[in-house]
Design a protein around this ligand. Structure first.
Ligand code: HEM
Length: 432
């Protein structure tokens, strides 16, 4: 072990400032991630946060090795013993944080019900903690929660400790006017005029805020939805109406009032979907565990009449970036290029081509689904109940995720996630 000197060695100083700035950036990034909407952007931030976190872990190992093999500078004699003990405790608490934050992050990622790989800085694949991904689902979920809770408590602890640490430095530098700051800030003089102090004080908020400058793929605005033009509802009356008496080419009108054999010719009606009451999602499984996904942003154009199925149509547009499956990691991953690739294909669109009645109130809509740049035929089975001007419909469609390229690379294998995914919906609509 080396002897104590008047300052930390260059290696210790370098590691101190590098780790300090990385931790402050991580605090900002963690904060930003909490506000970031789900999507490809959040996925990119997760990967960056994990990459810097594992780098901090590695640097902290080096830092600890240095600490265990070197003497630290002697604190000024003027410092009361309690303050020396407090400083030492705070320093060791920082070591706890430097290891605790990345390790709890590693635990929560490894115990996540998904298996999202970590690729450090987009280049180096980094494994999960051993054994954890293979544990039983309920144990994993408890470990995941434990990881999440301790990770956020440690982040709060870091902010508190940083405030105390910085407060102590300011006290020594500006009030007591001893040489403590120069232990870590090479060449620093005591007092207000020390530029290194002001540089550090400016860097803390700047580095924290710079987490918001990191660029992420912007979610593409959903393409404008083309309005379907509703064919006019032709209601023919056997009695001549005021409208039919209006000054129009009389022959046509007269023909129209006479031709139909029934009193009414029915054309499909526009139905307005009540999105608050309705749900659209999918079911699948992930390593044997059932997964229920829900799309939070979608729209539907529905024209439907039981007596005019040939003219009825259904069109559903789904914003794929807004998906929730009850797992933060998985939700952040789904919009990425491995899955929906929302940067290039923000929307999925189903368009019916033929709707037929199967029995009483059960129907089948054949159509096409455009997803991830591919168009494939899809059959949608649903039950429909219409009461006065309200309708409810529940149904599903089975489709192969592989046919659309949802799940690239290692995710294309169907051993942990089956090829067939069931799209499910529950609609509430009102006649427009
Ligand atoms: C950004 C503001 C910061 C300032 C101005 C600052 C300043 C200092 C100073 C002057 C010392 C030497 C104290 C002494 O000689 O006893 C020190 C030590 C230390 N600092 Fe910081 N620091 C900052 C941030 C951080 C952060 C974010 C961490 C978290 C990793 C940290 C961890 C430590 C540790 C563990 C020591 C003790 C070193 C050892 O004995 O191995 N510091 N800091």
């Amino acid at each position: 072990m080396s002897t104590a000197s008047s300052r930390y060695t260059n290696t210790a100083v370098f590691l101190h400032w590098l780790i300090a700035l990385a931790i402050i950036f991580q605090l900002g990034l963690g904060w930003r991630m909490g506000d970031e909407p789900k999507g490809a952007g959040l996925y990119v931030l997760f990967q960056l946060h994990k990459s810097i976190g594992f780098t901090i872990l590695l640097l902290s190992v080096l830092r600890l090795l240095w600490r265990l093999t070197h003497k630290v500078p002697i604190l000024p004699n003027t410092m009361p013993q309690w303050e020396k003990t407090a400083a030492s405790l705070a320093h060791w608490a920082f070591y706890g944080i430097m290891f605790g934050l990345p390790l709890t992050g590693w635990l929560l990622v490894s115990a996540s019900s998904t298996n999202i790989p970590t690729v450090l800085f987009g280049v180096v694949p980094f494994p999960h903690l051993p054994f954890i991904p293979h544990l039983a689902t309920d144990i994993k979920s408890q470990l995941h929660e434990l990881g999440e809770l301790s990770h956020s408590l440690l982040a709060l602890g870091t902010m508190t400790l940083l405030a105390l640490h910085l407060g102590a430095v300011l006290k020594h530098q500006l009030w007591v006017k001893d040489n403590v700051f120069s232990h870590m800030a090479v060449g620093a003089k005591t007092g207000w005029a020390e530029w290194r102090l002001w540089l550090i004080l400016a860097l803390v908020p700047a580095v924290f805020a710079s987490a918001w400058l990191y660029p992420t793929p912007k979610p593409k605005k959903p393409q404008p939805i083309t309005m379907q033009i509703t064919p006019p509802v032709l209601e023919y009356s056997t009695e001549s109406s005021t409208e039919s008496q209006s000054p129009q080419p009389s022959t046509n009108i007269q023909q129209a009032t006479i031709e139909p054999s029934s009193a009414q010719v029915v054309a499909p009606i526009v139905w307005q979907v009540n999105l608050k009451q309705s749900q659209l999602g999918f079911t699948t499984s992930w390593s044997g565990e059932a997964v229920l996904g829900q799309f939070d942003d979608w729209q539907a154009d529905i024209m439907f009449a039981e007596q005019a199925l040939d003219k009825s149509s259904i069109k559903v547009m789904v914003n794929l970036a807004q998906v929730s499956t009850g797992d933060e990691q998985r939700d952040a991953a789904l919009p990425s290029t491995d899955w929906f690739d929302t940067e290039h294909f923000p929307q999925a669109v189903f368009k019916s081509t033929n709707i037929k009645r199967v029995s009483n109130n059960s129907y089948q809509a054949q159509g096409t689904l455009q997803l991830r740049g591919k168009v494939q035929p899809v059959v949608l089975d649903f039950n429909l109940n219409i009461k006065a001007n309200k309708a409810t419909a529940q149904g599903s469609a089975s489709l192969s995720r592989i046919a659309f390229g949802v799940g690239q690379g290692e995710w294309a294998a169907t051993d942990s996630i089956p090829a067939l995914v069931k799209v499910v919906f529950n609609l509430h609509a009102t006649k427009k």
